[in-house]
Design a protein around this ligand. Sequence first.
Ligand code: ARG
Length: 459
Amino acid sequence: MSKLWGGRFAGETDLLVHEFNASLPFDRRLAAEDIRGSVAWARALVGAGVLTAVEAGTIVAGLAQVQTEFERGTFVFEAGDEDIHTAVERRLTEIVGEVGGKLHTGRSRNDQVATDFRLWVMKAIDQLQEYLADLQNALVESAAANLNLPMPGYTHLQHAQPVTWGHWGLSHFWPLVRDGERLAQVRGRTAVLPLGSGALAGTAYPVDREWLARELGFTAVSQNSLDAVSDRDFAADFLYAAAMIGLHLSRLAEQLVLFSSAEFGFVRLDDGYSTGSSLMPQKKNPDTLELTRGKAGRLVGHLTGLLTTLKGLPSSYDKDLQEDKEPVFDAFDTLRLTVPVMAGLIRTLTLRPERMAAQLEPGLLATDLADYLVKRGVPFRQAHHLVGQVVQLAEQKGVNLTELTVAELQTVSDLFGEDVTAVFHITSSLSNRNITGGTSPEALANQLAAARTAVAREP
Ligand code: ARG
């Protein structure tokens, strides 16, 4: 097998070592970026006086043919190809002849791979942003359709205070807005051009790196060649952003698993988004949600895996860095399915308001009862204690909080009056929280409007 770097070697690479060393099985996904980077590099070499315009024209045309072969699926890899960079260059030279060998002047696979990979991550982020925006829209639509539908709210998974479907739905929307912002920030940090750094010390030819950056869609040029070939912060940033998306979706999924159970029954999953059991004919399983929950583990694993790889590496390129690509590719592939599947599941979800209503028990209003006493001058801590006694009284009598008579309430505090019954409505509990971020119809309308603005905003 002939190698690009074969000159100083007398012996052949061990076959297992070739397989061990090769990144082609996964980095072939960088083909388009590799070719794009090479086209720009060829042009930059003209500016630097290394290539004539004719030579660069030949190389660029050859690269265009290589690109076409990739697009048509006719590109043939050879046994000696070690990674995508060597494969493209080998094929280019087959097509254009010896002049192809001039392309790599002043360049190393070290700055080349960093450039290709950054371009790939930038493109992946743009795609993810679209999926994310669609899921955000699905949650906003679901919230808008039942903005004021009351449901129990939980802390510690115990009945706490009333909320609404809209409020709950949007509680899973805002984290996704932050995810979009995070991805945009990652993109900004990724768009720094390493090309021109050479192997580690910078290139010896006067290429215009600013031009290269603009040509390839980067917004800045790296300032230190050693750092530029070793920096994989952008990959770790991407994996963190991906893990956070996975984590947010996992929490949403877990809650929907609960809500779709027989015990809750707040929602029904569409047939298209659930699966059956091979043994129990009655089963409708939330596999989609469980997989979403499970894949969060995989995404977190990719982040910790890469961080561990990077830890302790001396600056400049080390082959450990080849381990950067698979976790990033897999994180993208995971989200490329998970996010749109979740959007579809949300869009086809059926709500069961009657099941939510059945759980709106008066205990959810205990805080409102305490607030009633606070309005009559009782310090909150004391009001909390008194309502605790009211709850005990109701338990002793085997009735609901709202079934106690005013006379019975007055055995706990004479501040309870006839008007206390006004407290005992879910809707008044909701509308009393008329504050930004609260549950009143007005607050929810404002929140929904803010959500719509956030979706429409470019991240
Ligand atoms: N396949 C390598 C990678 O993905 C490309 C860079 C190789 N550089 C080197 N000096 N061997 O990291």
